[in-house]
Design a protein around this ligand. Structure first.
Ligand SMILES: [Zn+2]
Length: 206
């Protein structure tokens, strides 16, 4: 009797460094691939289909989807900073221009948020990009809202509000965009009003 069958064999197809979600830091990884083989008398003979690939952490042994290799928290942070800069610029632009007071407010808030100053050239080129885009604050925020945590949403409201009110009262264009933000961010109306209320209070202890 001929005994035949199939079994999966695991091999390492790539290794390197990645940010392990379980360890929370950079670790060595192996990208492993499971391939089915046709076996004859229990000996793998003919390679068949690839059953799957996964990333394994060399330290904790955790296994993750292949995409885990590409995850870079530093780049995520950078992208978040750029998005928040765009939020502030779009907020300022709701009345058609970014004036000097608004530029100052954007620079201060960016520094508070990131711990780094925004270069004047970067700010000007970002303003240029925002002006030439056909979108507004709400269309931009609508595009990123799904990736925002409740904390991130509150941050968007805070940055938009402080930028818009940098020069004092909100102008009509500002009002309009700010009012729509609750729906865009899917924040319940009463919570949103409470948030705006808190932001309108002069900060204590200063
Ligand atoms: Zn790990």
């Amino acid at each position: 009797m001929i005994i035949w069958g199939s079994r999966g064999l695991t091999s390492v197809v790539e290794s390197g460094q990645f940010h392990c979600p379980q360890c929370g830091t950079d670790r060595a990884f192996s990208l492993k691939q499971v391939r089915n083989f046709f076996t004859l008398y229990f000996i793998p003979l003919i390679p068949l289909n690839i059953a799957g690939r996964y990333v394994e952490c060399g330290s904790c042994g955790g296994t993750f989807a292949e995409e885990a290799r590409a995850y870079d928290p530093e780049r995520e942070r950078q992208e978040m900073h750029t998005r928040m800069l765009r939020v502030m610029i779009m907020a300022a632009l709701a009345d058609g221009e970014v004036d000097e007071t608004e530029r100052r407010a954007i620079k201060e808030q960016y520094q508070d948020l990131t711990g780094l100053p925004v270069a004047a050239a970067t700010l000007e080129s970002e303003i240029g990009l925002a002006k030439s885009s056909s979108g507004n604050l709400n269309s931009f925020v609508g595009g990123i809202a799904n990736n925002l945590s409740p904390h991130g949403k509150a941050l968007v409201v805070k940055l938009a509000f402080h930028t818009m009110s940098a020069a004092g009262d909100l102008r009509p264009g500002h009002q309009e965009q700010l009012t729509k933000l609750a729906d865009t961010l899917k924040i319940p109306r009463d919570q949103y009003m409470e948030l705006i209320d808190q932001l309108s209070q002069p900060e204590s202890g200063q």
